[in-house]
Design a protein around this ligand. Structure first.
Ligand SMILES: [Zn+2]
Length: 100
C-alpha cells in the first residue's frame, strides 16, 4: 500500500499530482467530494463513511464547482475508485447501476 496514488479513494476523481505518496497524504481537500486527504481517507471504514455522506446527504455534488470538468461524468469517475477502497460496492451500484 505504499504506491503513489493519484485518484481520490472516496470518489475516484483523478489528479495530476499525488493524493498519497509513500504512505503520506498531500493534505489537500478533494475538489470533487471534499474529503481531506490523510485525515478522512486513511482507512477503509472512514472512506466508506465519507462516501456514504457524500452520496446520500450531498447527492454526490461536485464540491468545488469552479473546478468541475466540463463533461463531468460521475459514473465514469467512480469506476476509477481502486478496488481496495470500494467496499462491497453496493452504494456505488445504487447510484450507477451499470457500475461493475
Ligand atoms: Zn474525492
Amino acid at each position: 500500500m505504499m504506491e503513489t496514488e493519484y485518484i481520490c479513494r472516496v470518489c475516484g476523481f483523478e489528479y495530476d499530482t499525488p493524493t498519497w505518496e509513500e504512505g503520506e497524504a498531500s493534505g489537500d481537500i478533494c475538489l470533487c467530494c471534499g474529503v481531506l486527504f490523510g485525515y478522512e481517507d486513511g482507512i477503509l471504514k472512514a472512506i466508506l463513511a465519507f462516501r456514504k455522506e457524500w452520496i446520500i446527504e450531498k447527492h454526490a455534488k461536485f464540491d468545488s464547482p469552479k473546478y468541475m470538468p466540463e463533461n463531468w461524468d460521475l459514473c465514469a469517475q467512480i469506476k476509477k475508485i481502486p478496488e481496495e477502497w470500494r467496499g462491497d460496492g453496493r452504494l456505488l451500484e445504487k447510484i450507477c447501476p451499470s457500475n461493475g
